[in-house]
Design a protein around this ligand. Sequence first.
Ligand code: ZN
Ligand code: ZN
Length: 214
Amino acid sequence: MKALIIPVTPFQQNCSVIWDERSKRAAVVDPGGDLDRVLAEVDREGLQLEKILLTHGHLDHAAATAELAKLRHLKIEGPHRDDQFWIDQLPEATQRFGFPPAAAFTPDRWLEQGDQVSVGDQILEVRHCPGHTPGHVIFFHPQQKFAWVGDVIFAGSIGRSDFPRGDHQTLVKSIRENLFPLGDDVRFVPGHGPLSTFGQERQTNPFVADHRFG
Ligand SMILES: [Zn+2]
Ligand SMILES: [Zn+2]
C-alpha cells in the first residue's frame, strides 16, 4: 500500500490518497477541501479512485466529501454513525468558516469497531475512538503498521474535546486502550502536523504518556 499526504484547507488537514500498488485502486482519506490539488495527484499517479474514507465529520476532514463522491462516483465509508450530527452541520459550518459551500450527506456505510475496509486488495482495520467526536474512527493497516488517526492524537498532543459530545476522559481511554495496543512501532498520520509513532507518544506525549498513568 502506498500513501501520499496532501495538507488541505486553511486548517492544513492531512488529507491522504492511499492505494494498492498492484491494482492502482485508491481511496481518499478525509477530503476536507482543495479537491483540485488532491485529484491532480490522483491523476498524476494514474490511480483509479474507488472510495472515500472518513475519520470524522468535522469540516476540515469532510467538507469536500459530497462533491468528490459525485464527481468521481465514489462510495463513502465512515465515520461511525454517531457523527451524523456533525455531517448534518457541514452546510452552515463551511459558511461560518469561509469554506466553499458543502452539502451534507449520508455515508454509504457507517463503520464500527472491528470492521474492515478494503482499498483494492489491501485491508484496513477500523477502530472506533470517540472523545474528539463521538463517531470518530481510525484506519489501521496491520502489514505496514501504519494508521490514519484523524484528530484523536497528534505528535505531542491530542484532539480537542471541548466540542458538543466531546469528552476528554473518553478520548484518553480511546488512545490508551484502543490505539496504543496496536503496537509501539505503528507509525501514524494525524489529522494535522507531522507523523509520529505510538511508541514515541507513549514516552513523551504530555496527555497520554505511560508515566502519567503509573
Ligand atoms: Zn476534528
Ligand atoms: Zn481536524
